[in-house]
Design a protein around this ligand. Structure first.
Ligand SMILES: Nc1ncnc2c1ncn2[C@@H]1O[C@H](COP(=O)(O)OP(=O)(O)OP(=O)(O)O)[C@@H](O)[C@H]1O
Ligand SMILES: Nc1nc2c(ncn2[C@@H]2O[C@H](COP(=O)(O)O)[C@@H](O)[C@H]2O)c(=O)[nH]1
Length: 194
């Protein structure tokens, strides 16, 4: 079996992590690619080696120097996130397909790197107002962090057309069903020619 990549990207708060978690429960052939990141762990809500590999800024710079990332971004000021080549290899060697949850720029870089071996899915919120309400209700970020996420979202929405396909996350059940069908069709299709 040739391993593939399914990457979900969206402005923060659109709901990509929620959809990815649902797909992980529904499609056993998927395995989550754990990113490295330099931000602090959100208390008990997050686990090192499960949600992220939480590393220091120096460790992150070492990995950049050693060319260990497929892509990396300073997603928010002072917070670096990156997709590790070793993660994708680990997943493919286990006979599964990699599913990723990364920001919009990162999603486009991954599509560019893996070409037809990757399906890049853009998750669009129903509106900026709804996106902001979701971030407020999630209550994981400070007011200034929410403001910068909303500001960035307006810019990121302009990149939707560069993705393979869009899922509008208004009704969560409908969005998850649509995403599941896209993923199942992609992984059961002929292997990509690379
Ligand atoms: N369709 C939906 N309707 C209402 N609430 C939703 C919907 N989808 C997700 N949510 C909620 O919105 C919040 C943001 O979702 P989530 O954390 O999945 O977003 P995200 O795009 O992964 O954000 P980030 O990039 O910051 O990780 C969460 O509290 C989630 O439960
Ligand atoms: N470019 C990348 N973006 C990533 C990666 N891993 C996660 N992310 C994105 O960062 C933001 C912030 O996440 P949070 O957990 O701090 O709320 C979110 O949009 C993630 O999708 C990565 O490896 N590369």
């Amino acid at each position: 079996m040739q391993g593939k990549i399914i990457v979900f990207s969206a402005p923060s708060g659109a709901g990509k992590t929620t959809i990815v978690h649902r797909l992980m429960e529904r499609v056993p052939a998927l395995s989550f690619s754990i990113s490295a990141c330099t931000r602090d762990r959100r208390g008990r809500a997050e686990e090192n080696g499960k949600d992220y590999y939480f590393i220091t800024a120096d460790e992150f710079q070492d990995k950049i120097r050693r060319d260990e990332f497929v892509e990396w971004e300073e997603v928010y000021e002072g917070a670096f996130y990156g997709t590790l080549k070793s993660e994708i290899e680990r997943i493919w060697e286990s006979g599964k397909h990699a599913i990723l949850d990364v920001d919009v720029k990162g999603g486009l870089s991954i599509k560019d790197f893996y070409k037809d071996r990757a399906l890049a899915i853009f998750v669009r919120p129903p509106s900026i107002e709804v996106l902001e309400q979701r971030l407020q209700a999630r209550a994981t970020d400070s007011q200034s962090s929410i403001s910068s996420r909303v500001y960035k979202a307006k810019f990121e929405l302009a990149f939707e057309d560069r993705f393979d396909v869009t899922v509008v996350n208004d009704n969560l059940d409908e969005a998850s069903d649509q995403a599941e069908k896209l993923v199942r069709d992609f992984i059961s299709a002929e292997p990509a020619v690379v």
